[in-house]
Design a protein around this ligand. Structure first.
Ligand SMILES: Cc1cc2nc3c(=O)[nH]c(=O)nc-3n(C[C@H](O)[C@H](O)[C@H](O)COP(=O)(O)OP(=O)(O)OC[C@H]3O[C@@H](n4cnc5c(N)ncnc54)[C@H](O)[C@@H]3O)c2cc1C
Ligand SMILES: O=C([O-])CC(=O)C(=O)O
Length: 401
């Protein structure tokens, strides 16, 4: 894959080859030109693997106003992708909560995919690949420490070898291999394991980095609870729904359920490698400033209160994997609700009332794997926003005939 540097409106942006060619394909079907807002972003370095910028020119129609509802990992990364692809469209992020009060602020932010049974594996793999490539570029840039994005190596250990010894994501992470006998000696209760290097996004830093990039691009970030997406139709032309588990109430999605997760964050700076029990119940994930110990998965529970018995249980399970954690200090307990669904909902919908219409793009339901796929799903949501804009243009020019 080749990389080229594109100067545009005063702000450089790195576009990778594959994205440039799809940009050309998409731009071919849209021939508008929006006012460029790129000047505001000139102080920041280029975004790694930015999506294509589509120049749209419709003198007869103002640039469509876009609202992203939700300021968690998914809302912020989707807004960033939209602002990179459609720099002339006024964009706002509206959310009841921002970092440090979102689900991603609880998560370890490890890139180890979880399988969505309702999404084809090749699609999940593509989302993971795009996300990995995007974050790998950040981890290799001078932005890495501010963004909280870093490489981490370690082991996933199993009491009995899994059916799928080589998971679909094995050629995306770095250096995937079976563990050696010497490595397995560290885990006397486990018989088999995988060693690899992956990426981790520490939060809040990663979320704050996304917010900073959005502000630099002139995106408005507003605290606001939306009771009904339709209430946005007077002010916005396209709405993107990234409300996580909040979508259950907002759009009445009964397939979406919370999966409660409790984790501990501890000070144990000597722990440098991640350890994950292959059954997913117990994990130790070292970050830049603390180590995340987990976890739990309680389907259907909406409780955000930490449970002291669960805290003791997590600590004891982690100590049995890594006994040196007995010396860990400064234990903080966090709880979050994973937005669980059989498949991420990535879909266009047109709401209509009394003859008026509001195009909506849904992007929610990332469950336990939001970090692993967020850039890939943000790109797909951005493509769907492009379709909404093209449809608006079509109806605007038909109305003029
Ligand atoms: C304990 C735990 C550990 C995890 N570990 C990992 C991991 O290591 N790797 C990984 O890939 N994933 C992990 N995850 C999963 C990951 O954190 C989630 O998939 C991801 O954070 C979901 O992001 P989101 O933006 O969809 O949701 P959220 O962060 O919940 O954001 C939803 C946003 O929508 C807003 N909102 C909701 N309703 C409304 C409304 N009506 N009006 C206005 N705003 C609204 C909220 O205020 C918020 O801003 C973990 C999750 C948990 C809980
Ligand atoms: O399972 C893991 O490795 C971490 C995670 O994604 C979660 O707890 O949701």
């Amino acid at each position: 894959m080749y990389v080229s540097l594109k100067q545009d409106g005063g702000a450089g942006s790195l576009l990778c080859g594959a994205e440039q060619s799809s940009a050309a394909a998409r731009a071919g079907s849209q021939s508008w030109a929006w006012r460029s807002q790129l000047g505001a972003g000139a102080a920041l370095p280029a975004s790694p693997a930015s999506p294509p910028q589509v120049r749209l020119c419709a003198p007869e129609m103002a640039a469509p106003k876009v609202a992203v509802v939700g300021a968690g990992l998914v809302g912020l990364s989707t807004a960033l992708c939209i602002s990179e692809a459609f720099p002339g469209c006024p964009l706002s992020v509206l959310a009841e909560q921002f970092s440090p009060n979102t689900t991603g602020d609880v998560a370890a932010g490890m890139l180890i995919p979880h399988t969505y049974p309702g999404t084809p594996i090749h699609v999940q793999k593509q989302w993971f690949k795009e996300t990995f490539a995007y974050l790998f570029a950040i981890s290799n840039s001078a932005e890495a420490s501010e963004a909280g994005v870093h490489l981490v190596s370690g082991w996933q250990v199993f009491k009995t070898p899994p059916k799928d010894e080589v998971p679909f994501w094995s050629d995306v992470v770095l250096g995937f291999r079976p563990m050696s006998a010497a490595e397995l000696q560290k885990f006397p209760q486990h018989r088999w394991g995988q060693a690899f290097t992956t990426l981790k996004c520490d939060c809040p830093p990663y979320l704050l980095w996304l917010e900073k990039r959005l502000r630099a691009k002139g995106v408005q970030l507003r605290t606001s609870k939306v009771a009904d997406l339709w209430e946005l139709h007077r002010e916005y032309d396209v709405v993107v729904n990234c409300t996580g588990v909040g979508a259950q109430q907002l759009v009445g999605d009964r397939e979406l359920l919370p999966t409660r997760g409790q984790v501990l964050q501890v000070h144990a700076p000597w722990v440098k490698h991640f350890i994950r029990d292959g059954d997913g119940s117990t994990y130790i994930y070292p970050g830049i400033h603390s180590v995340t110990l987990g976890g739990t998965r309680e389907k259907g529970s909406w409780s955000l209160s930490p449970d002291p018995a669960t805290t003791r249980d997590i600590f004891s399970r982690c100590c049995s994997l890594e006994p040196s954690l007995q010396r860990a200090e400064d234990v903080r307990v966090k709880v979050g609700l994973r937005p669980s669904r059989s498949a991420v909902r990535l879909q266009r919908e047109v709401l209509s009332r009394g003859g008026a219409k509001l195009p909506v793009v849904h992007n929610y339901g990332h469950g336990a794997g939001g970090f692993s796929v967020h850039r890939g799903t943000a790109k797909e949501a951005t493509r769907l926003v492009g379709e909404c804009i093209a449809a608006l243009r079509g109806s605007s020019s038909r109305a003029k005939l």
